[in-house]
Design a protein around this ligand. Structure first.
Ligand code: SF4
Length: 334
């Protein structure tokens, strides 16, 4: 399953960054480690249970979750059930980190060998910041599977050079956290892989995908995330991005779309309708499973009625769908 860096922009929990704030997400993710004594104490203490909160904002990934399966959205955003790291998603994170860091080098040094050489170091940093990814290779004492996995990451990095020439690019932003509030109060947030700004001021939004390009009939779904970002940029900067660009490293394709204002207005209307549906489900506790072939990628089958499972008790107040009364209670999605 394709993942994006904006997955780290959660829809709930913790104070939101100020509207229109920007930050370099990967830098935040590798803040200096806590002193060893603190780390040891934290490891010894039981992990605090996640506190359930109502959704407060929307990112492209979570919007996609709700459209795919409302119950999946509930499990991820409200129950915050843990999910195992996957090799594909972790490789995506690693490749994104390499492509971002490569721009630290002078333009002439942004070559494929330089990029490949960044892979081991970025893998070390990723394991430091997210120790759970080390579990992926816990059953690989000889390191053979890890070596293949790293080699595939290097191949994906190398393929980028057949699609773009980083020595000719000077991104205005990398791993840019964006957040904007719509007139309705809905907060949209996400992380944009790369923003290029031409001398004329035209903006290009670029997103890297380590999977394969979708077939043409599914391109609209792939562009949803990009139009979401374009809407946020438009709201923040009053500029409609000139181009949206998806770079598929898995298949060596580039998908572009030049949006117009009407596209962004359409996406805004769609997101408002989606948010209304999420708000209603949050209040009523009515989160329907929607089984598709994507269930094969879902970590939560053990809690899903479609697979004989039972959701955890609903942690938020609920009200009956046909009454205005809100009651403290617990109910499953059915
Ligand atoms: S297994 Fe399928 S239907 Fe069930 S929660 Fe996951 S995505 Fe939804």
């Amino acid at each position: 399953m394709e993942t994006s860096t904006e997955d780290v922009a959660e829809d709930t929990g913790g104070p939101a960054r100020p509207a229109a704030a920007v930050a370099h997400a990967t830098e935040a993710a590798v803040e200096p480690a806590a002193p060893a004594s603190e780390t040891a104490a934290a490891a010894a203490a039981p992990a605090p249970a996640p506190v359930a909160t109502a959704p407060a904002s929307l990112s492209p990934s979570r919007a996609g979750d709700f459209m795919q399966c409302p119950l999946l959205y509930r499990f991820r955003v409200i129950d915050r059930l843990p999910e195992k790291p996957s090799e594909a998603a972790t490789r995506g994170t690693l490749v994104h980190a390499v492509l971002e860091r490569l721009f630290d080098a002078p333009a002439a040094e942004r070559t494929a060998p330089t990029a490949r050489a960044l892979v081991p170091g970025q893998w070390d940093r990723l394991r430091e910041s997210r120790p759970e990814v080390g579990e992926l290779f816990a059953d690989d004492p000889e390191g053979e599977r890890l070596a293949q996995w790293l080699a595939e990451a290097e191949r994906l990095v190398e393929r980028w050079f057949s699609l773009e020439d980083p020595s000719r690019l000077e991104p205005a932003e990398r791993e840019l956290f964006v957040e904007a509030e719509l007139d309705s109060g809905l907060r949209l947030r996400g992380i944009i892989d790369r923003v290029d700004v031409a001398p004329t001021g035209e903006v290009r939004i670029v997103d890297y995908k380590t999977g394969k390009a979708p077939r043409p009939q599914y391109a609209e779904g792939a562009l949803f995330q990009m139009k979401f970002y374009a809407l946020v940029v438009w709201r923040l900067k009053k500029v409609v991005p000139r181009r949206l660009q998806l770079v598929y490293l898995g298949s060596g394709d580039v998908l572009t779309y030049d949006p117009v204002l009407a596209d962004l207005e359409r996406v805004e209307r769609k997101l408002l309708a989606l948010w209304e549906a999420i708000r209603l489900a949050t209040e009523t506790g009515d989160w329907r499973p929607r089984p598709t072939k994507l269930c094969g990628w879902c970590d939560h089958q053990a809690h899903c009625p479609e697979f004989g499972g039972t959701p955890p008790p609903y942690p938020l107040p609920v009200r009956a769908a046909d009454s205005g009364a809100v009651a403290q209670g617990r109910m499953g999605p059915d």
